[in-house]
Design a protein around this ligand. Structure first.
Ligand SMILES: NC(=O)c1ccc[n+]([C@@H]2O[C@H](COP(=O)([O-])OP(=O)(O)OC[C@H]3O[C@@H](n4cnc5c(N)ncnc54)[C@H](OP(=O)(O)O)[C@@H]3O)[C@@H](O)[C@H]2O)c1
Length: 329
């Protein structure tokens, strides 16, 4: 907070938008915040020149936009997609938009731990470093689906795969001593507790939106653990939620929501704005926080979603064991 009355007013407007949900998540919330006196500066021009950035789920929506944003700041951008044909179309579109940038296409199903391992080995052989890693790939399964290793698909895509991928590329992330990992999470997690006792969603009727939001809650709940774990290598970790953006993913997975809210949905650049900002802002944003529209946001809005320290530790132990890494920091 600030003693400056204009700054205080801006802070109050921003906080009110956040608490109103519809106001803060819509394109109007983004437009209003951008005009506030406390809107943080853009990253410096060319902030990512000479840096390597990797975006998962680069073949659509917010991931494609993040590729453009990071390349616009000077990064060489690695597009990680599960469908190479679709990815190649996107890579060409990005090149048309940014002809001086370099985009490298990779195939990887991030829900498949073996495929993640294979990809990381290939990446490590090709590129010695990684400076920005955006875990953007996302899915809202219509029915309970299992990954190649038999894990519930939303958890595998949003938590297990990203954890394995980051751990496997840790030597590359450690090279600069100041790399940044961004987890694209969702405001949907505000309605969910940490699924400590049923991480694979085996109990009760399966709802894709619930599975999705639970896995996004795990992303946020593990931030303190991951911050401690990776800070020794100079790797910071951030979660951001985009608000509501008009992407193919929203149109396909939530058709009714999409129809009703379409006039107020953000465009891709508004939804993805905070991702590139977290990747390149100076001074570097502090590690281990949840962000939206370039500001830290609370991790809980209702008391019943708050996890205990021991629940957080149990969740972490399960994740570490499942992806095959040492859980000790
Ligand atoms: N749009 C919003 O309002 C909103 C709100 C909150 C959070 N988010 C989050 O933002 C992120 C991007 O979502 P979006 O709205 O841009 O959705 P989208 O258009 O459906 O894009 C999702 C991307 O993830 C990829 N993907 C899914 N599963 C994958 C896997 N196993 N391996 C590799 N790639 C995979 C998809 O690949 P294909 O192209 O092959 O399908 C696609 O490129 C997601 O994490 C989502 O949860 C979005």
């Amino acid at each position: 907070m600030t003693a400056d009355p204009r700054g205080l007013g801006a802070w109050l407007v921003d906080a009110a938008l956040d608490r109103s949900v519809v106001g803060g998540y819509s394109k109007f919330g983004y437009a209003m915040r951008r005009r506030l006196s406390n809107w943080p500066d853009d990253p410096p021009a060319g902030a990512l020149v000479g840096r390597e950035a990797l975006v998962t789920g680069a073949s659509s929506g917010l991931g494609k936009q993040s590729c453009a944003d990071l390349a616009g700041l000077g990064a060489r951008v690695h597009l990680v997609v599960r469908n190479l044909q679709k990815g190649e179309v996107v890579r060409r579109e990005l090149l048309e938009q940014l002809p001086d940038s370099e985009f490298v296409l990779w195939r990887c199903d991030v829900s498949d731990l073996r495929d993640v391992e294979r990809f990381c080995q290939e990446y490590a052989a090709e590129s010695g470093r990684l400076d920005v890693l955006v875990h953007n790939a996302g899915v809202m399964p219509a029915q309970r689906t299992e990954s190649a290793q038999g894990h519930e698909l939303a958890m595998a895509t949003h938590v297990l795969g990203p954890l394995r991928l980051t751990e496997s590329l840790r030597p590359q992330l450690a090279v600069s001593g100041s790399s940044r990992v961004v987890l694209v999470t969702s405001g949907g997690m505000y309605a969910q507790q940490l699924p400590v006792t049923d991480p694979e969603y085996r109990r009760g009727g399966y709802h894709g939106a619930t599975a999705y939001a639970r896995s996004k809650r795990v992303q946020v709940a593990l931030l303190p653990v991951l911050t401690r774990r990776w800070s020794a290598d100079g790797i910071s970790v951030h979660a951001m939620h985009p608000g509501w953006a008009n992407t193919p993913g929203v149109a396909d997975s939530l058709p009714l929501f999409h129809r009703v809210t379409r006039p107020i949905l953000r465009d891709n650049s508004e939804g993805a704005d905070t991702t590139a900002w977290l990747a390149a802002a100076e001074p570097p944003p502090p590690s281990g926080m949840l962000w939206q529209d370039r500001r830290p946001r609370p991790e809980h809005v209702v008391p019943w979603t708050k996890e205990t320290e021991s629940a957080q530790q149990s969740m972490w132990q399960w994740c570490a064991l499942t992806v095959g890494i040492e859980s000790a920091n």
